[in-house]
Design a protein around this ligand. Structure first.
Ligand code: NDP
Length: 255
């Protein structure tokens, strides 16, 4: 099989929430496959630090700091790309937050914050990207969902609802934009070693549960999402649309 199928040379990829964690690993992977990468996050300090490291590794890196829940900020960022003559060919909607609290104690504001950051953000950024991809007749959207789009777990209700929404948003994007040459697919990670899970990794009971429940018998590494991200961002996935690819060490398929 030709490696050109997986080449991203000449492409520009915006990865939201790429100052650290899964987004950063995905951005680096897309960069190594040839793409110019646009890093995003809220913390300027973390964003610039990540950009400096990836530039030092020889990658073509731009930064765009904006809050993915802030509609005017999202629109302004894309207007900035337009003004700079920068066309986003690949969008990875990755930015997200986790918040653990039983529903009986959950404030409505926290529910809204989790839904906004994990789901509405993908609509907002996806819409701005697609407004430019559709007229060009091509583009790839990769939404980062979760194993929890399928399996509910106590204390993370708005998160699982948002990730279930990501699965259907991905299908809706495919349904509306497929005939325009724009594809949308999702990656659903399992339990991965990032800041988001730092407290859980150091909780021996939770750590044991993850390892016992996952056929791989371990947590996933952020770089283990790169293959799926390159596939869904490249010509290799030319006839794949609206799908969710689970990268979870097999956790979603066993009891
Ligand atoms: P991290 O907490 O490690 O990183 C989150 C990233 O998102 C940071 O770059 C952060 O930027 C950015 N971010 C958060 N809120 C916003 C916002 N409002 N606007 C812009 N950027 C924002 O998370 P992970 O890497 O673990 O998770 C990434 C994605 O993967 C999320 O969607 C998460 O739900 C999903 N996921 C994670 C799993 C895991 O096990 N880790 C499993 C399944 C899905 P900043 O540095 O500025 O705060």
């Amino acid at each position: 099989m030709s490696t050109e199928l997986f080449s991203l040379a000449g492409r520009t990829a915006l990865v939201t929430g790429s100052s650290r964690g899964l987004g950063r690993a995905i951005a680096e992977g897309l960069g190594r496959a040839g793409a110019r990468i646009v890093l995003n996050g809220v913390s300027l300090e973390r964003l610039e630090a990540a950009a400096a490291e990836l530039r030092a590794a020889g990658l073509d890196v731009l930064t765009s700091a904006f809050d993915v829940t802030d509609e005017p900020a999202v629109m302004a960022a894309f207007e900035g790309f337009d003004a700079a003559g920068l066309a986003i060919d690949i969008l990875v909607n990755n930015a997200g937050i986790q918040f653990r609290k039983p529903m009986l104690e959950l404030e409505t504001a926290d529910w809204r914050r989790v839904i906004d950051t994990n789901l509405t953000s993908a609509f907002l950024v996806g819409r701005e990207a697609a407004r430019r991809m559709v007229p060009r007749g091509e583009g790839k959207v990769v939404n980062i969902g979760s194993l929890t789009s399928e399996l509910a777990r106590a204390t993370v209700a708005p998160y699982t609802v948002a990730k279930g929404g990501i699965k259907m948003l991905t299908r809706a994007m495919a349904a509306e934009w497929g005939e325009k040459g724009v594809q949308a697919n999702a990656i659903a990670p399992g339990y991965m070693l990032t800041d988001m899970n730092a407290a859980l990794v150091s909780d021996a009971a939770f750590d044991g549960w993850v390892k016992g429940r996952t056929p791989a018998r371990r947590w996933g590494r952020p770089d283990e999402l790169v293959g799926a991200a390159i596939f869904l961002s490249s010509a290799a996935s030319g006839y794949v649309n609206g799908q969710t690819l689970f990268v979870d060490g097999g956790m979603s398929v066993v009891l």
